[in-house]
Design a protein around this ligand. Structure first.
Ligand SMILES: Cc1cc2nc3c(=O)[nH]c(=O)nc-3n(C[C@H](O)[C@H](O)[C@H](O)COP(=O)(O)OP(=O)(O)OC[C@H]3O[C@@H](n4cnc5c(N)ncnc54)[C@H](O)[C@@H]3O)c2cc1C
Length: 289
């Protein structure tokens, strides 16, 4: 399949990108890694008349630790860079441990963090990690910059808070407390395929081992990253036991996800996976503290 004809621009600066988006509106599409956009264009499910290529735009691929201990990640940082970066390994171990689950290495060499976040596939790992790590996204259009937390960015199936003429420019991941453990688990038919279900767990405790914070976020069991807030709250203020973990995972799977059936798995099977993987991820996160 070949895409419909389109015009192409490769702007060198962010200002040029913003002006081009303002000029062409929803006729334009941004090209990041192209790993989702190009197949969609080849199938003619998207037919932008203007493609704005971000690959030659300066200043969108920085990855650094800021003075307050946050990680700042430019939208064009490749998924393979996240996978291999020592900074990510040290300050966002959840991202480091999860990246090998995202597609295949060839796709991660081109795919970007920004493209994956904006594409908002409910089966995508990065959107789930962003919600689990309480990331903030910086969105820009001509003359205006705003920040949105990941939890509020995802609205519905492939629907985000990004409005017309906006671009996601950077991702800010706040520092996590020292006594925090992380885990990610998913089940896919073959390694590298989109998962039938998956979950990220983040658990923090104080010096006496009492849980101070917990996040449990599921993929592909609802229209967007599914944050199991009430379930995670069951852990806060408690000494975490195996029994409590089981109750938490069960509550989340029964009450805080919306799995549907498709050719890959039934809704019931996805709910079962959510229960088993939730328990596994919470157990491992606590062991990793
Ligand atoms: C065979 C295959 C298997 C895959 N498996 C997985 C998987 O298991 N897990 C997973 O998470 N992903 C998977 N992917 C998707 C892959 O991770 C993509 O790289 C990712 O979803 C999109 O990133 P990209 O940089 O390629 O974005 P692109 O394809 O270039 O863009 C995606 C969309 O985001 C928009 N966009 C891009 N950047 C910005 C920005 N900065 N601001 C605003 N809009 C922007 C584009 O206009 C487009 O609409 C798979 C892809 C393939 C081809």
């Amino acid at each position: 399949m070949k895409p419909a004809p389109f015009a192409y621009e490769s702007p060198a600066t962010l200002d040029e990108v913003l002006n081009l988006i303002a000029e062409h509106g929803d006729e334009a599409k941004l090209l990041a890694g192209g790993q989702s956009l190009i197949p969609v264009m080849n199938f003619r499910l998207a037919q932008p008349s203007m493609l704005i290529d971000l690959n030659g735009t300066n200043g969108l691929d920085h990855l650094e630790l800021t003075a307050d201990g946050s990680l700042e990640i430019g939208c064009m940082v490749r998924q393979s860079t996240l996978e291999k970066s020592d900074l990510i390994k040290k300050h966002a171990p959840l991202i480091h441990m999860t990246m090998p689950w995202v597609a295949h290495s060839q796709i991660r060499n081109r795919g970007t963090i920004g493209g994956s976040i904006v594409h908002a596939d409910p089966a995508g790992e990065l959107p789930v990690l962003m919600v689990a790590l309480q990331a903030t996204f910086e969105l820009q259009k001509v003359g205006h910059t705003r920040q949105v937390v990941a939890e509020d960015f995802y609205i519905d199936l492939f629907e985000t808070a990004l409005t017309d003429n906006e671009i996601l420019t950077k991702i800010i991941i706040p520092p996590q407390s020292d006594r925090t453990g992380y885990a990610f688990h998913e089940v896919a038919r073959r390694h590298g395929d989109y998962a039938m279900a998956g979950v990220a767990a983040v658990v923090s405790v104080d010096q006496s081992g009492i849980c101070t914070d917990a996040r449990l976020v599921y993929l592909n069991v609802g229209p967007k990253p599914m944050l199991a807030k009430s379930a995670a709250n069951m852990l806060i203020g408690q000494m975490i036991t195996m029994e409590l973990i089981e109750q938490t995972a069960e509550f989340a799977a029964e009450n805080e996800i919306e799995p549907t059936s498709d050719i890959h798995a039934s809704a019931d099977y996805r709910r079962h996976l959510a229960k088993v993987l939730g328990k596994r991820a919470l157990t491992e996160a606590v062991e990793n503290i």
